[in-house]
Design a protein around this ligand. Structure first.
Ligand SMILES: N[C@@H](CCC(=O)N[C@@H](CS)C(=O)NCC(=O)O)C(=O)O
Ligand SMILES: [Fe+2]
Length: 297
């Protein structure tokens, strides 16, 4: 089966995992015929006040994989997340699967290499720490299925969507229709660029299933993680099929001005630009998170 076709025969099995702390969805997507699978956007538990990390979320994924007798071939990140730590490195150690991300990660690493004042010994910003950097339109295998990477920047430079047998994992390029889209005010974010990425998604068949990376449950509604291209084009509160670029950009930028910095941005980015590895331990064997301080007038 090729990537752009809808999954009319249910060739894949998609299992969702929800992290309540960060409102993040992770997925295991398996080719039913071969039991080969990928893990998308896994979360590492992090208690900022206590300075502890744990693998409860990731272990839930591993338990599912074991129970279903799946083999994990790849660990896929839709982008370097700014709100939670990635469990990619932990899961690589457990499964042996390589960690993959869009090649835009090099720009994200370069930006935050400066923010965190990292030397070349800590980060080269050449995609280091990741095993595979995807180019736009690159294909990869999930068992017998040929899946495809679509570059969908705008929320971040490195944002990609993964198209697996008619199932599209968009990261934060789209939220559920009643929530619109993700913010574009992080370094490297750009609402014009996100608009173009969304147009690209809207060119896929209407039946394409779209899977969220977050749902913040507006108005306290029930959790939702799946929608379709048709539903987004008809109902997305920021971008419908006929929304003009300027109208979207204005809405997006107006909302971005009201949002506060994500609670975990510094720990998250520091770990996620290293594919989920903690910063190198100091002489005492302990790893530390840095926070750049700005004196406000
Ligand atoms: N309150 C959350 C916000 C996280 C956040 O900023 N999420 C991004 C995606 S990484 C976003 O686009 N949020 C849009 C919104 O909150 O409307 C936190 O502090 O972690
Ligand atoms: Fe994000």
């Amino acid at each position: 089966m090729v990537a752009d076709q809808a999954d009319t025969e249910n060739t894949v099995q998609v299992e969702m995992f929800f992290d309540k702390e960060s409102s993040t969805f992770s997925y295991v997507v398996a080719d039913i015929s071969t039991k080969r699978a990928v893990i998308i956007d896994p979360v590492l538990d992090y208690d900022a006040a206590a300075g502890t990390v744990a693998t409860k979320q990731a272990d839930t994924i591993l338990a599912y994989v074991a129970k279903q007798q799946l083999s994990i071939d790849l660990i896929l990140e839709t982008h370097a997340h700014a709100d939670h730590l990635s469990a990619a490195h932990y899961l690589k150690q457990k499964t042996g699967a390589p960690i993959c991300i869009g090649e835009g990660i090099k720009q994200v690493q370069q930006t935050f290499k400066l923010v965190f004042n990292l030397g070349d010994d800590e980060l080269l910003a050449k995609g280091d720490y990741f095993d595979k950097l995807f180019a736009d339109n690159e294909t990869f295998k999930v068992g017998s299925i040929t899946a495809k990477v679509l570059n969908t920047p705008g929320h971040t430079n490195d944002s990609v969507s993964y198209l697996i047998a008619g199932h599209l994992f968009v990261g934060d390029s789209l939220f559920m229709p009643d929530s619109g889209t993700a913010r574009c005010d992080f370094p490297g974010g750009d609402a014009h660029v996100l608009f173009k990425s969304i147009q690209r998604i809207y060119q896929l068949p209407d039946t394409t299933a779209i899977y969220m990376c977050h749902d913040y449950q507006p108005g306290g509604r029930e959790l939702r993680y799946r929608t379709s291209v048709a539903e987004q084009k008809a109902e997305n509160i920021h971008v419908r099929a006929d929304t003009a670029e300027q109208e979207f950009v204005q809405k997006r930028e107006t909302r971005d001005k009201t949002l506060s910095v994500p609670r975990l941005i510094y720990p998250a980015v520091q770990v996620n630009i290293r594919a989920g590895q903690l910063p190198k331990a100091e002489a005492n064997g302990v790893s530390y998170i840095k926070v750049p301080l700005t004196i406000k007038a």
